[in-house]
Design a protein around this ligand. Structure first.
Ligand code: PGA
Length: 263
């Protein structure tokens, strides 16, 4: 890995697929068999309604807790929204920001995402900034430009010292939920571009930001993805809902995943 923040991050994103009962059933299967290698950090991003119950179940376990969204104000007349203060109180440590499903279905733009990043940092939550291009943008050769722009806007007015320790995730939209993961080489190229942008914007603090890959990560492709030094972890959707598959992902082996350099 190139991010200097230490451990590889394996982050499961259950999206809008967990009730409390379903989360408990998952953890009953997952936790007894989980023993992550010392170089890995495992985190679950759960729906708001599930966070209190699983925060309790995860006490003393080698699993951290993330929220899937945050509002940019800390309190006030914002019916239906959830603030950073509310999340911190539940033992949440990470929060996904700018996931493409939120950009697409809820019209979140770069300005809103920037406000959310700043709200998370203000509340001592580590943002997981998600960026990625749609298929037509890639086909037009503009993927790097678009992703760089997403990173630049997200980090506007964020002091480098505060950004240290946050996380970025490259999630090409065409790879999410499609079974068509980016090739390790394509992912690595985009990660290198995001890394260069983080270094340019944040100086040495940029090096503390881990860059995850997300989009159709499975037990079958995790080894080849993690064999790339540019990839500091993964953001896993569908495969994180099945205990068996997610355990296999946590237990990836970089060595068995080596491929020729042109893949
Ligand atoms: P997927 O989702 O693994 O189901 O493609 C990834 C994500 O949206 O974070």
């Amino acid at each position: 890995m190139t991010g200097t923040a230490g451990k590889t991050l394996i982050l499961g994103n259950s999206k809008m697929n967990l009730t409390v009962a379903r989360a408990r059933a998952f953890l009953d299967l997952f936790l007894p068999r989980l023993s992550p290698p010392a170089d890995r950090e495992v985190v679950l991003a759960a729906p708001f309604t599930v966070l209190p119950a699983i925060s309790e179940s995860l006490r003393g376990q080698p699993v951290g807790l993330a929220a899937q969204n945050i509002f940019w104000e800390d309190e006030g007349p914002y019916t239906g929204e959830i603030s950073g203060q509310m999340l911190s109180e539940l033992g949440v440590t990470y929060v996904l920001i700018g996931h493409s499903e939120r950009r697409t279905h809820f019209q979140e733009d770069n300005r809103m995402i920037n406000r959310k990043i700043r709200a998370a940092l203000r509340n001592r939550l580590k943002p997981v900034l998600c960026v990625g291009e749609p298929e037509d943008v890639r086909a037009a050769g503009r993927a790097e430009a678009m992703v760089r722009e997403q990173v630049v806007h997200a980090l506007e007015d964020v002091p480098p010292a505060e950004a240290a320790g946050m996380v970025a995730a490259y999630e090409p939209i065409w790879a999410i939920g499609t079974g068509r993961a980016a090739s390790p080489a394509d992912a690595a190229e985009m990660h290198a571009c995001i890394r260069a942008e983080l270094d340019r914007l944040l100086g040495p603090a940029g090096g503390t930001i881990r860059i995850l890959y997300g989009g159709s990560v499975t037990p079958e492709n995790i080894d080849v993805l993690m064999a790339r030094p540019e990839i500091d972890g993964v953001l896993v959707g569908a495969a994180s809902l099945k205990a068996e598959e997610f355990l296999r992902i946590v237990e990836y082996s970089e060595n068995s995943g080596s491929l020729p350099a042109n893949r």
